[in-house]
Every structure is written in C-alpha cells, then in structure tokens.
Design a binder for this molecule. Structure first.
Ligand code: GLN
Length: 574
C-alpha cells in the first residue's frame, strides 16, 4: 500500500480537501486504484450530531455513515464508494480503544496515548486502506490520508505521531507527504514566513513533507518559489503553486501542469505497480473528459439562475453537495450556474413588516429565478417561507426540486392549497395538526428519537402507470433505483388517496414509504424523499438535479432524449 498524506499548516479551510482529492484523481488517470481516509481530530464520534453550520453539511454514505463533507469530495472526484470507517475522528478512535480496554484486551497494561492509541490509529488506517472502493472490487494501490486541521493543533497531536510511525511502518518509497500552506499577499508582496514556520512545526513533529502546496490568490512568483525552496530546504519543483482558479475543477489541471504525477511516481515508485490496461484506458478517458468539461466551463456565457430556499444559507458549505450537483448539471446543460441564496424566513409574511426590504428582495429573487430548490433540513425555522416558495413554483410553472424536507414541503403546500386541508403540516413541526400529512415512520423504535434516522442506500420502486414521469425517463426507465437517505419523517400513507393529483410515482420496496412525488402538468415539479446530491458525479450528474436544471434552462426535452450522454459545449462526446 502506498500512502499519500495531505496535511495542513498556517490555517485550515484553504482547500486541503480539494488538493487531496485532485491528487487522487491524477493517480486514477494513470490507472491506479485509489481510496481515501479523512481524519477529523474533533471529539464527536461522527458528524451526524453536528449542525451543518458547524463544519458544513453532513455527508451520508451508502452504509448510512454520517461523515465529514470531504468524503463527498473524494467520492465525487475519484468516483468511488467509501464506508463510514474511512472517516476517523478522535471520538471514534478513543471509543474503539476504550471498548478494547473494557474487554480486557490490554492484559492489565496501563493504556496510553502512545503506544495504544497511536497503534490503534495505524492499524485502523492499514485495515481500511485495503477495503475495495470501486468496480474492480479489489484492494486499492494508493490511499490518500487527509489530516483535518493544522499540524500543531493540540487535538491532532496523537494523529500526527501515529502518522509519523506509519511512515516507518510503510517503509521506503511507500509514504509521501504533501503539506498545504498559505502564502498571503501583504501590500502586494507574497509572504513566505508563515510557510517557513509551518514547515518548522511539521518537522519538529518528526514528519518531513515531500511536497509543499502553497495556496495563494495569485500564481506564485519565481522568486517566492525559490525563497520557499531555500528556507524549507526542498527543491524548487517540490513547491507546488496552487493559486485561486475559476473553479475547484481546475485544481487537478493546475497540479498536473506542475508535474505532480511525475513527482509522486518518483518518490512512490509507482511505475513498479501493476496497472490493469482497462483501468488505464478508463483513467485516461476520464481525464480527457474532465479537461474538456472544465475548460468548456470557462467559455460559458448563458446562465441558469437557481433560487436555493433554505435555512442554513449563512454558511454555503451547509449545502455543499447540493451546490456541486447543481454545478454538474449546469455544466451538462452548457450553462453557467447563477446560484441565488434565499433565506427561507425572509419569505414569510411577518418579514414584510419586520424588514420589508429583505422580504421584497427575497421574493424578487424567487420570482425571477429560472428554478426553485428547497433542500433538506430539520426543525420549524423557515418552513412557512419554503411552503410559500413551493406554491409560487407550482402555480407559476417554475421548475421545482424538493429534497427530503423539500419534498415534505411540497406535500404540505399541496394539501393546504389544492386539497383545502387548512393547517396541514408535518408532525415534526406541528405535533397536533388536524392534517398530519407528514408523520414519524421509523424503521425501528416508534417511541425513541435517538438512532431512528433512516440512513443510507435504499431502493425506490417505480409504481405501475408512472411511465409518463419525467424523472423516471431521466433515470433510464429502470424498475428500481438506489439512492441515499437521511430522514425520520415520511408522507402519511393515509393521506395518499386524499392528495389526488399529487403523483407518488416512486415508493420503497414495501410500498409503504413515498419516495418520489411529481406533478404531471408542470414543466418540472419533483420532490424526492432521498438525497440525490450524495451520488452526483462531475461527469454523471444526478438525475433529479439534471432534470431540474435542464427544465430551468428550457432544454429538458433535449436532455430526455439522451440523459446519459456526456456533452461538452453542445457537442456529444463518445
Ligand atoms: N426533517 C425531515 C425528516 O427528518 C427532513 C430531513 C432532511 O431533510 N434531511 O424527515
């Protein structure tokens, strides 16, 4: 197993995840099998209990693991399927060691951070790195390990030590480290001191980065590169310049231009690995398409404007996968995505007196958008605003996509305004409503909220007579689809008959749970109980998003003819 450690210095949040996944993508283009592990040094056992406003969205995996959003980047860039074990947190690793201690596994020894915790971290990495993640179903060649935060943080110290030891365990030519640093520009000058300090820190922890990836607003000047190389005691080519680019899709191109594959190959002796010709061909094809699509994006002029009506709009990372899915679809439709953030609460009637300017601005945004999207969410705040936005979309023939909560919102709106069920609601929001159209339908316990979320991949079966469904056609008219879930509440089966005109075209395999609603006489009005954004890929946009964006651009008919085609700048790529 070859390991590529991506660590950070100076500050976090400067794109370590994108650099790590771009590195993985480049390794895949030469036919290698690549997996990844994300280490989050926080105490939470997983990301499931954290508000999206903390670290951004909670990403959900096939196995139901609720993990850090960086795993989403890896799945999207590398087109792989990870497990909950690919995300290690301090909470998870301590829990593991403490469980072993309680079992008596340590045979009376004093259990310590070094060696017991650090050994457990290394064992975990070695075990999980070997889990197959792609269609080959075989052991990966390379594992990208991304260490969250920055080296020097108190909480990441045991991980840094474990990684230092892992480098020894892995042996020569099997471990490479990329340290991501920041080069700020002060009064027009690129400053290298923070990077020098960061390298000093990481070396004092016993690690020696092979490559220093410098984030900077502008391309690094030659003299900056030389200065960093000199003071950090590396060769000029070991300094990678990662300046701000038009989109994150450009980062792999930027790294490739600086010869990253050659640098990795040299240290890790990648040429000695056996590469399957079919994988090499596939990797090269992916790379060609990636480059075509990314460069074509720079030449797009026509826009599609999408209003995202949500609750966590202050932190855009709260909806990262949703945004990525919209981007994938906009690229496929040959449009630039103009994403308009609308705080759902601003659409509510009380806002018209509290802050009229905000209210009117929000409504202007919704009314002028080409499409309206209501994403997932929890709790009451903003739900009346979302219901109002769904009504606008339904009655004005504006394409609508409701995801999870957004589907429940569409059902509530229809019940109230079409079926005359005044006060219809979800019991999550209004426990004693006269018309509980959305109810608690756990797969397990009916009395306890804890651990009752419906999580992970589940089948949806297309219902008889749903052949007209635009979404079904987009999915290729199969009988069944698989998508990831994260919810607790469901459409109340007792109301299905009463909600006539609202078509429940997809249900779960027992026919009890409503998975997809769609209106017939509307350009595109779809609600899905699942989260399609978790499975969208750059070169294979998620179908509900694709249909929604295509309808918003007015090109749905064209897309329906060839939903799986890859099109770059209007030209079909074979
Ligand atoms: N709060 C809703 C539920 O639990 C929707 C969840 C979501 O949108 N992820 O069912």
């Amino acid at each position: 197993m070859k390991y590529v450690l991506v660590s950070g210095g100076v500050i976090s949040g400067i794109g370590k995840g994108v650099i790590a996944s771009s590195t993985g993508l480049l390794l895949k283009t030469i036919g290698l099998k690549v997996t990844s592990i994300k280490i989050d040094p926080y105490m939470n056992v997983d990301a499931g209990t954290m508000a999206p406003t903390e670290h951004g969205e909670v990403f959900v995996l096939n196995d139901g693991g609720e993990v850090d959003l960086d795993l989403g980047n890896y799945e999207r860039y590398l087109n792989i399927t990870l497990t909950r074990e690919n995300n290690i947190t301090t909470g998870k690793i301590y829990q593991h060691v403490i469980e072993r201690e309680r079992r008596g596994d340590y045979l009376g020894k004093t259990v310590q951070v070094v060696p017991h915790l650090t050994d457990a971290i290394q064992d975990w990495i070695e075990r999980v790195a070997r889990i197959p993640v792609d269609e080959t179903n075989s052991e990966p060649d390379v594992c990208i390990i991304e260490l969250g935060g920055t080296v020097g943080d108190i909480e990441s110290a045991p991980f840094v030590e474990a990684l230092r030891q892992l480098k020894r365990r892995a042996g020569k030519n099997n471990f490479l480290q990329i340290h991501v640093s920041l080069v700020p520009v002060i009064n027009g000058e690129q400053k290298t001191k923070p990077t020098q300090a960061a390298i000093k820190d990481v070396r004092s922890a016993g690690l020696a980065p092979d490559l220093i990836a410098c984030r900077c607003q502008q391309p690094l000047t030659k003299s900056t590169i030389k200065k960093i190389a000199l003071f950090c005691d590396v060769l000029d080519q070991q300094v990678l310049a990662v300046h701000d680019v038009n989109s994150t899709y450009h980062v792999p191109l930027l790294l490739d231009n600086q010869g990253l594959i050659g640098l990795l190959s040299e240290t890790l002796q990648l040429d000695k690995l056996e590469v399957l010709p079919a994988l090499l061909e596939k990797g090269q094809q992916t790379w060609t398409h990636w480059k075509q699509l990314t460069l074509a994006q720079d030449r797009l002029f026509d826009q599609v404007s999408i209003a995202l009506v949500g609750k966590y709009t202050d932190l855009h990372d709260s909806y990262l996968s949703v945004i990525k899915s919209l981007e994938h679809s906009a690229m496929r439709c040959g449009r630039k995505l103009n994403l308009i953030w609308v705080e759902a609460e601003a659409l509510e009637t009380q806002m018209s007196t509290q802050d009229p300017a905000k209210y009117h601005k929000a409504w202007h945004d919704v009314c002028t958008a080409n499409g309206v999207l209501v994403p997932g969410g929890f709790g009451v705040r903003g739900t009346e605003g979302m219901i109002a936005a769904a009504k606008w979309a339904r009655t004005n023939n504006t394409p609508y996509l409701g995801i999870c909560l957004g589907m429940q919102i569409a059902v509530i709106e229809y019940a109230r305004n079409v079926c005359g069920m005044e006060g219809a609601h979800s019991v999550e929001i209004s426990a004693h409503t006269d018309h509980p159209v959305i109810i608690f339908m756990p797969e397990g316990s009916k009395t306890h909220l804890g651990g009752t979320m419906r999580l992970g991949i589940r089948p949806t079966i297309w219902q008889p007579g749903s052949e007209w469904s635009k979404l079904r056609q987009l999915y290729g008219n199969s009988d069944e689809i698989l998508e990831r879930h994260r919810h607790r509440y469901e459409v109340n089966p007792e109301y299905i008959e009463k909600l006539s005109g609202l078509n429940f075209v997809g249900k779960d395999d027992k026919g009890e749970r409503m998975e997809i609603v769609e209106l017939k006489d509307h350009p595109f009005y779809v609600g899905v109980q699942y989260h399609p954004e978790y499975l969208s890929r750059v070169l294979q946009p998620s179908k509900p998003f694709l249909g929604f964006v295509a309808a918003s651009c007015g090109v749905l008919d064209e897309i329906l003819e060839k939903p799986d085609a890859l099109v770059v700048n209007g030209v079909s790529v074979p």
